[in-house]
Design a protein around this ligand. Structure first.
Ligand SMILES: [Zn+2]
Length: 406
C-alpha cells in the first residue's frame, strides 16, 4: 500500500500532461477556462465521486470535492490545476492529486474524521490567460476586490465571456461564499526551488510566503529614423529601460529581496527605428513587506531620475501587491510531528513563490508542505519529482490528519 499513494498521484499528474488535459501536444499548457481545464475538471470530478465525495464547481471555476466528516468543521486541502504556458506536470496538480489520494485512502479504510475535508482544485492561480492570478482562492477568501471579468486574453476574449462559455455566471463572482466552518487550509506543493534537494529531504514545512509586488512600467520616448537622428537628440525608450532593468538588479542585490524584469515589449519594434515606447514588468519579492516596499520606492526614485535625464515620459502602475503570509504555527508543529514519526528530519523553509495559500490566509489559518523537486526546476516541462518523495508527502498528510482528528 505504501508505494501506491505516491504512484497514483504521480501517474495522474503525468496523465494530465497531454491532450485533452493540455492545450498543446508538446509541453503542458492548461490555462483557466479552456477545454483543457474542462477536461481536467471532468476527470477530477469522476475521481472525487468514486471516492465518495460530493463534487461541485464554484463561481470562480474552482472544483470542490467534499468528504463528509462527523463534525461541523471543514479542513480545506487544495492547490491549482492550471499551468503556465509550457509548464510542468506537478506545479499545482500534485497538491490536488495528493489531497484526492489521501481522501481515497480514508474512504478505502472506511474512516470518517471529526471534520469534513474539501479538496480544492483552483482554476486560476498562475494568471497565464488573463493576467489576473489567484482568482479562485481570492474569490473563496473574499479578497477578489478588483473585478477581473473585463480582462482579456491574447485573442480578445474577456474573462466574463470565457466564464459564460464555461457555464459560469460572472456576476456571482461579486458575492464571495461565507465560510465560517473552515478551520485550516492545507496546500501541498512542489518546492520550485533547490533547498530540499540540498538538504537531502523529501518534504519541508513552509513557514511563510514572501511579500510580492508587480509593477507595469511604460516609458515613452520618440520613435525616429535610426540613420538620421544624432545620438544627442534621441529619446530612446529602450535605452532608458535598459538602465531601469539594471537598476532593479542592483537594488535586489543589496537587500534581502529578489527582483526580476521578466517581460519587455518595444514599439515599434523595427530594426531601423529608434524605440518610441517600451513596456516592461518588475517583480519584487521579500520575506517582509517593509523590505519590499523600500525597494519599490528606491526603484521608482531611480527611474524618475533616469527618465528626467533622458527626456522620457514615465508611467508606473502597480498591478499586484500581495502581503507576506505566515503559516500557522500550531499546524507547523503538528506537521513536524507527522514528519518525524515517519523517520524524516522536520525542516522548515520560506517560500519565494506565491501560492493560493497567500489569499486563503484572509479566510483561515494556512499551512503548506513542500515536496522536493529535481534541481528546483519548475514552470518548465523538465519539472520532476521522485515517486518516493510524493509517497512520503502522502503519508505525512495522513499522519497530519490523524493528529488533527485526535
Ligand atoms: Zn503552483
Amino acid at each position: 500500500m505504501s508505494a501506491s499513494l505516491g504512484e497514483k498521484a504521480v501517474s495522474r499528474c503525468n496523465l494530465f500532461k497531454s491532450p485533452p488535459y493540455s492545450e498543446e501536444a508538446e509541453g503542458l499548457t492548461r490555462r483557466f477556462l479552456t477545454s483543457a481545464h474542462r477536461a481536467a475538471l471532468d476527470t477530477l470530478t469522476g475521481w472525487m465521486e468514486t471516492a465518495g465525495m460530493r463534487a461541485r464547481l464554484d463561481a470562480a471555476g474552482t472544483l470542490i470535492g467534499r468528504y463528509e466528516g462527523t463534525g461541523p468543521r471543514t479542513l480545506l486541502i487544495g492547490s491549482h490545476i492550471d499551468s503556465v504556458r509550457d509548464g510542468g506536470a506537478y506545479d499545482g496538480a500534485l497538491g490536488v492529486m495528493l489531497g484526492l489520494g489521501v481522501v481515497e485512502e480514508l474512504a478505502r479504510q472506511g474512516k470518517r474524521l471529526p471534520f469534513s475535508i474539501e479538496i480544492l482544485a483552483f482554476g486560476d492561480e498562475e494568471g497565464s490567460r488573463f493576467h489576473a492570478s489567484m482568482v479562485g482562492s481570492r474569490y473563496i477568501s473574499g479578497t477578489l476586490k478588483d473585478d477581473p471579468t473585463s480582462l482579456k486574453d491574447e485573442s480578445g476574449v474577456t474573462m466574463g465571456e470565457a466564464m459564460r462559455a464555461f457555464g459560469l455566471d460572472p456576476a456571482t463572482l461579486r458575492t464571495p461564499p461565507h465560510r465560517d466552518d473552515v478551520f485550516l487550509y492545507f496546500e501541498p506543493h512542489i518546492e520550485q526551488g533547490p533547498v530540499l534537494e540540498a538538504e537531502n529531504l523529501p518534504v519541508g514545512i513552509v513557514t511563510g510566503i514572501a511579500a510580492q509586488t508587480r509593477l507595469s512600467v511604460t516609458l515613452s520616448g520618440m520613435a525616429n529614423h535610426a540613420g538620421t537622428t544624432p545620438m544627442g537628440l534621441r529619446r530612446d525608450a529602450l535605452a532608458a529601460a535598459a538602465e531601469a532593468v539594471l537598476l532593479v538588479e542592483r537594488i535586489a542585490s543589496t537587500a534581502q529581496i529578489v527582483g526580476t524584469v521578466g517581460a519587455i515589449a518595444v514599439k515599434p519594434g523595427v530594426g531601423n527605428v529608434i524605440p518610441g515606447e517600451c513596456l516592461f514588468s518588475v517583480d519584487l519579492r521579500a520575506p517582509l513587506a517593509e523590505t519590499r516596499d523600500a525597494a519599490e520606492r528606491k526603484f521608482r526614485d531611480g527611474l524618475v531620475e533616469i527618465c528626467a535625464r533622458r527626456g522620457i515620459g514615465l508611467q508606473v502602475k502597480r498591478v499586484q501587491q500581495l502581503a507576506p503570509c505566515l503559516c500557522d504555527e500550531t499546524a507547523q508543529t503538528v506537521l513536524a510531528d507527522a514528519i518525524a514519526s515517519l523517520g524524516h528530519r522536520p525542516f522548515t523553509l520560506a517560500s519565494g513563490a506565491g501560492h493560493d495559500a497567500m489569499s486563503m490566509a484572509a479566510l483561515c489559518p494556512v499551512t503548506m508542505l513542500f515536496i522536493r523537486c529535481r534541481a528546483g526546476v519548475s514552470h518548465n516541462p523538465a519539472e520532476h519529482v521522485e515517486m518516493a518523495d510524493v509517497d512520503a508527502a502522502a503519508h505525512v498528510m495522513l499522519g497530519f490528519l490523524e493528529r488533527l482528528a485526535a
